[in-house]
Design a protein around this ligand. Sequence first.
Ligand SMILES: Nc1ncnc2c1ncn2[C@@H]1O[C@H](COP(=O)(O)OP(=O)(O)OP(=O)(O)O)[C@@H](O)[C@H]1O
Ligand SMILES: [Mg+2]
Length: 244
Amino acid sequence: MSKKINRIVFATQKGGVGKSTMATMLASYMYFRQNHQVVVIDADHPQHSIKKLRNREMESLKEDEDQQRAFMKSGREQVYPIANSKMVDVFQRPSPDQPSTYEKASLPAIGADTIIIDTPGSVAIEGLGTILENVDHVIVPLEPEEMSLISSSEFLAALSRMKAVKERGVKPIAFWNKVRQGSHQELIDVQNEVFRAAGIHVLENHVPYSVKMKRNETRSTIFPVNFSAIDLNDFMNELYSVVQ
Ligand SMILES: Nc1ncnc2c1ncn2[C@@H]1O[C@H](COP(=O)(O)OP(=O)(O)OP(=O)(O)O)[C@@H](O)[C@H]1O
Ligand SMILES: [Mg+2]
């Protein structure tokens, strides 16, 4: 019997809120810190920003012996796979004789126990419904900014109403990203009450706004992310505790 694979998706119709960034962070945390066999499905077609980052990192790894030595010390012998996919192909077969991206990623030879899916920042994307019907966890980043919140709230409300999500007991997980110290607290408190009353699990810890994250200095798909350097240890521990 095949073992159960934990299927996690980062989704929201709002663009630029941190789906790809935090999908990469969670992949790093689960792969390097918790020793999971992670596969990332980059379904943000045609941008594929995570896969492009991997390609750039592999190029520079090939040319740099210091990096190769550092990689050997990371504790893992290989990099986790990243599969590009169109949204519609993640769980659906492109044709009866072609496997879906998920089917390929869950082959025994790959040995995945966790599949993390990144999606584009638009709700009008064909295939999102099927993805939401097939995952164990839906993670929704929120920005503490009024206009951004309107569209995120719509998405969360639609998600909580979805029969396929409710019936399988999937509770949407939301978290606050780009939080500047000392600001937004009132907005966050008020919104948290609304979201929690609607059955959404809002994480207690926030992701602070960080220049290092803005510059993508901390994002890596081949090296363990230094979560202490961006003050993310507590956040990652909490996120992991709800999705593991
Ligand atoms: N906590 C943070 N502090 C500062 N910048 C951040 C933070 N999180 C994300 N960013 C920046 O915000 C931008 C958008 O992030 P990201 O690409 O992860 O969003 P997204 O939701 O995947 O966007 P899209 O919908 O376009 O795919 C990036 O430049 C990223 O570096
Ligand atoms: Mg993205």
